[in-house]
Write a new protein. Structure first.
Ligand code: GAP
Length: 442
């Protein structure tokens, strides 16, 4: 399979089967903003649920939070985003395209794609100018006198400004963490690769507050935990690697940073960052707000500003990773079978219930089974078309199991359970189907 065609096929499958649609498509779309359809919303929710379970519910030392998207504008001054969350932007006066000045060597000239911007005879590039990536809006009824507020470009700041509220209300002690899933917005200059880099996206971030001096140790611990999470998500281990940020790549807040990268059809790219932020954030918020943000360590009878280790993943980017990793095409009996081989726990539909034919009481039995199974699993009922075709439709959206009610069902109260990956078929008693599935869908 040609590398580029994998993305084309996936984008087309995502639209055709209701995973992802272009935002405002009937108006021509809105640049790099996407909507999730019926199957996409289930997939992304399953990924977020796995993250929330691993990071909050399964741990005693992390609390959840859902902070507002809009925050006091001073937050973004103290965080360094007003001054420093910028990319160098270059315009071409001839073709009107925009490029990040630091990515020109990898970009293609829109007029002559074999060359880089600036290399074609008619290119007329401007000098780089700094462009802030935060979206602005106005709070208050009158635009002129209202105050400018920003759509948050990361969820992390909502955690820092709430850290004492959470600490005190939950009676946690350091070391402890706060986790949050929520929307973030960035006016990216060069968005693209489908839902990889978008202007509106969701982050799954966790900030872990530790005693100064213990940050390097916790940083290593969190690196290991996060890499294991991606592997448990079913991603192929050989497609995952670490990228350590060199001094010149470090964000303004970071003491040390590693990215978890995945090998996409368009190359190795970041899917999650693990950052040692030191006391950068709390020091700045303490200074700018005038409020003491120190932690009182009762056992040692000392006060200090905690250091922060951050894990920051994009839910949309991981949804894309899961889709790319799961996508495969196989030749079966002279035909191409497209499969999304999802881990069962992230599959949007877990079970499809299919009457073999629409007569001989099969639809009635299948409907009763469907209504019973849907109490426990995300189920789909399909009675349209040849059974082989219905199996293929479920393979293409990653449904791990199909249950077929057939002629034998009336005789011995059993159904066929067909497995997505092996295409093997088992015979299971109707009364045992729910338990059979529960065991295999964890
Ligand atoms: N709080 C730290 C922070 O936001 P980041 O490396 O800028 O760090 C973390 O972003 C993660 O958020 C990335 O690894 C990626 O998964 C996701 N992300 C960032 N920008 C994105 C964008 N424009 N579109 C989709 N996901 C994005």
């Amino acid at each position: 399979m040609a590398q580029t065609s994998v993305m084309d096929k996936l984008v087309s499958l995502c639209k055709r089967r209701g995973f992802v649609f272009q935002s405002s498509e009937i108006y021509g779309g809105l640049g790099s903003v996407w909507d999730y359809g019926p199957l996409g919303v289930e997939l992304k929710r399953n990924i977020k649920d796995r993250w929330w379970h691993a990071m909050v519910r399964a741990r005693d030392d992390i609390e959840g939070l859902d902070a507002a998207i809009l925050m006091h504008p001073k937050v973004w001054e103290a965080s360094g985003h007003v001054a420093g969350f910028t990319d160098p932007l270059v315009d071409c006066k001839t073709c009107k395209a925009r490029f990040r000045a630091d990515q020109i060597a990898e970009a293609a000239c829109p007029q002559k794609p074999s060359k880089h911007p600036g290399e074609h005879t008619t290119c007329a590039l401007t000098e780089p100018r700094m462009f802030n990536l935060m979206f602005k809006t106005v709070m208050g009824p009158v635009e002129e006198s209202g105050s400018v507020v920003y759509l948050r470009p990361e969820t992390a700041q909502g955690i820092y400004v709430n850290y004492l509220n959470v600490l005190q209300s939950s009676r946690q002690k350091i070391p402890f963490g706060i986790a949050q899933i929520g929307k973030a917005f960035r006016n990216e200059i060069t968005p693209g690769n489908f839902i990889f880099r978008t202007r509106e996206f969701e982050q799954m971030e966790m900030q872990f507050f530790v005693k100064p001096g213990e940050d390097a140790e916790w940083f290593e611990r969190w690196r290991a935990i996060r890499m294991a999470w991606h592997q448990e998500l079913g991603l192929k281990p050989e497609k995952l690697r670490w990228h350590q940020h060199a001094e010149s790549e470090l964000a303004h807040y970071a003491r040390a940073a590693y990215d978890i990268e995945y090998e996409f059809p368009f190359g190795w790219s970041e899917i999650e960052g693990v950052h040692n932020r030191g006391d950068f954030d709390l020091t700045n918020h303490q200074k700018a707000s005038g409020k003491k943000l120190e932690y009182f360590d009762q056992a040692a009878n000392t006060r200090y500003l905690p250091n922060i280790v951050e894990t920051s993943a994009g839910a949309d980017r991981i949804a894309l990773t899961v889709l790319v990793d799961a996508f495969r095409e196989e030749q079966v009996e002279g035909e191409t079978r497209t499969v999304l081989g999802f881990l069962p726990s992230v599959a949007p539909i877990k079970v499809a219930v299919l009457p073999l034919v629409n007569k001989d009481a099969m639809p009635e039995t299948a409907t009763a089974l469907f209504n019973d199974l849907r109490k426990s699993f995300a189920c789909f009922y399909d009675d349209g078309g040849a059974i082989g075709r219905r199996y293929r439709r479920q393979d293409e959206v990653g449904t791990p199991f199909c249950i077929t009610v057939d002629g034998q069902t009336a005789e011995d109260q059993s159904v066929t359970v067909r497995h997505r990956d092996s295409m093997a078929q088992d015979r299971v008693g109707v009364a045992n189907v729910a338990a059979y599935l529960a065991e295999r869908l964890q």
